[in-house]
Design a protein around this ligand. Structure first.
Ligand code: NAD
Ligand code: TYD
Length: 333
């Protein structure tokens, strides 16, 4: 099988490529990535020489290049996106371009090259925000996106479903909760806080810190995507979650304690505009239909993730200083 992975130089995509080649060493993986600020080939350095791995630097909005890249591919797993909510508040246009128009391009290329199997990676944020006692999101929850990021992901999900109904494209979608693990860009809560603390800097908690996210280890997410590719029903959506709802302040305190720092490092700062209060996922459909459920306990996954950042200081220091981009710009332009 030959897989085309978009956004494979990012956090979840690079973990997916590692996961796939470890578990399916006979398969070929093509990584199609524009290397935006969030893309980092350092994440894949160990497999650079693997004959079953190929990298193409390309923008999913580039119709011709995408059309060429998908030729001969058996399945597309579409991770590429602009992903940071805070950036979407400052500049929404890049989110609409990549997440909506880029996804449209990918769908068109899949349709025009023999109806290629297409799995779309989405987020629980498309469902909006929950109150403290609301039931968790499931596949039938109406869409109610509230940030430019989630609005653009909702738009892409609708397009993917439209290509199934209108053109018969063999699609599936997964809506997953907040991921954590190695290679996560240090602008997101967990890696930002871990690396700030190692650098002796305070950690900025938005508002009262009582916003709740459901955290899933990236390996559990990627195993879910694998099972959807293998056993998922065409045209269907699957919600994937970590069974680990936690307020931000609880995670913050766990990180501070794990690194042996004091709580004086916690700084409450102005809240994010329109900050969603709570996300939660009911993954019973994936459990019953695919036999999938998360396996990594949050306490264990968080501890190993913190340790990964402690042990991989050169990786995140070059990301935080911007050095990683200079290096790859020289190599790929
Ligand atoms: P990321 O920001 O770490 O990586 C995104 C990758 O996409 C980067 O390598 C970047 O270079 C690439 N990219 C961006 N624009 C591109 C373009 N126009 N053309 C080609 N490549 C482009 O993102 P992530 O956290 O790994 O998220 C991957 C996917 O998973 C996204 O679709 C996101 O919406 C979804 N998701 C993320 C989370 C999470 O917690 N991070 C949770 C649920 C779903
Ligand atoms: P983030 O990692 O940006 O993911 P998302 O917004 O997609 O859930 O943020 C996770 C939670 O942490 C969210 O409630 C916002 C909060 N947060 C902070 O309190 N401080 C920060 O510096 C960041 C980046 C996030």
């Amino acid at each position: 099988m030959k897989l085309l992975i978009t956004g494979g130089a990012g956090f979840i995509g690079s973990n997916f490529i590692h996961y796939w080649l470890q578990n399916h060493p006979e398969d070929t993986v093509v990584n199609f990535d524009a290397l935006t600020y969030a893309g980092n080939l350092e994440n894949l350095k160990d497999i650079e020489g693997n004959p079953n791995y190929q990298f193409i630097k390309g923008d999913i909005c580039d119709k011709e290049l995408v059309n060429e890249a998908v030729k001969g591919v058996d399945a597309i797993v579409h991770f590429a996106a602009e992903t940071h909510v805070d950036r979407s508040i400052m500049d929404s246009a890049a989110f609409l371009r990549t997440n909506v128009l880029g996804t449209l391009n990918m769908l068109e290329a899949a349709r025009n090259n023999g109806n290629i199997r297409f799995h779309h990676i989405s987020t629980d944020e498309v469902f909006g925000a929950l109150g403290p006692s609301d039931p968790a999101f499931n596949e039938r929850t109406p869409y109610d996106p509230r940030s430019p990021y989630s609005a653009s992901k909702a738009g892409s999900d609708h397009l993917v479903r439209a290509y199934f109904h209108t053109h018969g494209l063999p699609i599936t979608i997964s809506n997953c909760s907040n991921n954590y693990g190695p290679y996560m860009f240090p602008e997101k809560l967990i890696p930002l806080f871990v690396t700030n603390l190692i650098e002796g800097k305070p950690v900025p908690v938005y508002g009262d810190g009582m916003q709740v996210r459901d955290w899933i280890h990236v390996t559990d997410h990627n195993r879910g995507v694998e099972m959807i590719l293998q056993k998922g029903k065409i045209g269907e959506t699957y919600c994937l979650g970590g069974n680990a709802e936690k307020p931000n302040i609880e995670i913050t305190k766990l990180i501070v304690a794990h690194l042996g720092k004091g709580e004086e490092m916690i700084e409450y700062v102005t809240d994010r505009p329109g900050h969603d209060r709570r996300y939660a996922i009911d993954f019973s459909k994936a459990k019953h239909e695919l036999g999938w459920e998360p396996q990594i306990k949050f306490a264990d996954g968080l501890a190993s993730t913190i340790d990964w950042y402690v042990n991989n200081e050169p990786w995140w220091r070059s990301v935080k200083s911007g050095e990683y981009q200079e290096y790859y710009q020289k190599q790929y332009g």
